[in-house]
Design a protein around this ligand. Structure first.
Ligand code: PSU
Ligand code: MN
Length: 301
């Protein structure tokens, strides 16, 4: 029995010539953004990576095959499909074994990237420790994945739907380097700054690539989290997002949402409550992360 692994034509070619590859997740497409903006964003982000001289590898499970890179019609179908599973470390093997279709979270995308020899991955925000985790125990598997899978993940920090301070504490406990790019503060997704200082700061993609390589030389198993602030022209001030996030949180508790439905519920609710404005910021920061990830990937080849 072998793993049904499928490379897109573009990714297969890049692998054969040793080109720079950047992995992209698919949960952001199926559970993180509404249709039809999700497919536009997915295509734009792929194009940004190509413009920067690297090759995008969007990852998903389609009818039991683990796809590393999607052809355009596969991307289009996935973005419109209903009932697509959300796959993390716990559910990925079961989905493949049963011929299912699922979108990969940060954790599952890292697992697939490692299998394909891809070292760098761009996304929007990672999962983390949810507010009220002292009661719910809701801590994303993304954090434990960063501790064990050697992929450098570029994100815009963590959304304030999470308890960001606790998220940073868990990352520290798990031995995950958290590197703010070009500033001292840990960025807060829609906003550039936050009251929290990132444990590390680097201003140059070459340094981030060197740190990635050095971890391998030290035989350390995990990856790195690069926290890249949203471009200033696209940011939404934290004081505007605060009350909206609080409302989404209250609605989520009242509706009894739990487990893997929490993050998609909150993202959708915030989209509604901001009349779609949160999405524009989201698009700008994902594109910005894709461009930085491409620069890091080019340093690594
Ligand atoms: N945070 C965001 N946007 C997202 C996600 C998180 O700002 O789209 C998605 C990612 O796929 C992430 C997943 O890996 O949600 C985390 O889900 P959970 O909290 O259930 O682990
Ligand atoms: Mn969770």
């Amino acid at each position: 029995m072998t793993l049904p692994l499928k490379y897109s034509a573009e990714v297969a070619h890049a692998r054969s010539v040793g080109g720079a590859l950047v992995a992209l997740e698919s949960t952001i497409i199926t559970h993180g953004m509404p249709h039809p903006q999700n497919i536009e964003v997915a295509r734009t982000v792929e194009a940004d990576i190509r413009d920067a001289g690297a090759v995008p590898a969007t990852i998903a499970v389609i009818e039991g095959a683990l796809h590393i890179g999607l052809e355009d019609e596969e991307l289009t179908r996935l973005a419109q499909a209903r009932g697509v599973e959300k796959l993390s470390r716990a559910d990925m093997a079961a989905c493949i074994a049963t011929g299912g279709t699922g979108a990969t979270t940060v954790a599952a995308t890292m697992i697939a990237a490692r299998l394909a020899g891809i070292h760098v991955f761009a996304t929007g925000g990672i999962g983390g420790v949810h507010k009220g985790a002292e009661n719910s125990f809701d801590i994303s598997a993304d954090l434990m994945e960063l501790a064990q899978t050697p992929v450098t993940v570029v994100a815009a920090g963590a959304k304030a739907i999470l308890d960001v301070a606790k998220t940073l504490e868990v990352l520290e406990t798990q031995g995950v380097p958290v590197i703010a790019f070009g500033q001292d503060a840990f960025p807060a997704f829609w906003s550039r700054g936050s009251r929290l200082k990132a444990p590390l700061r680097m201003d140059d993609p070459a340094r981030i690539a060197a740190a990635h390589r050095t971890r391998a030389l030290l035989n350390l198993p995990g990856g790195q989290l690069v926290a890249n602030p949203i471009p200033s022209e696209a940011e939404i001030p934290a004081h505007e997002m605060g009350p909206i996030i609080a409302t989404a949180q209250t609605d989520s508790l009242r509706a009894g949402i739990s487990g893997k439905d929490v993050t998609p519920y909150l993202l959708q609710r915030i989209f509604e409550l901001t009349d779609g404005r949160s999405l524009d910021a989201n698009i700008a920061l994902v594109r910005n992360n894709a461009a930085l990830a491409a620069r890091i990937a080019l340093e690594l080849v």
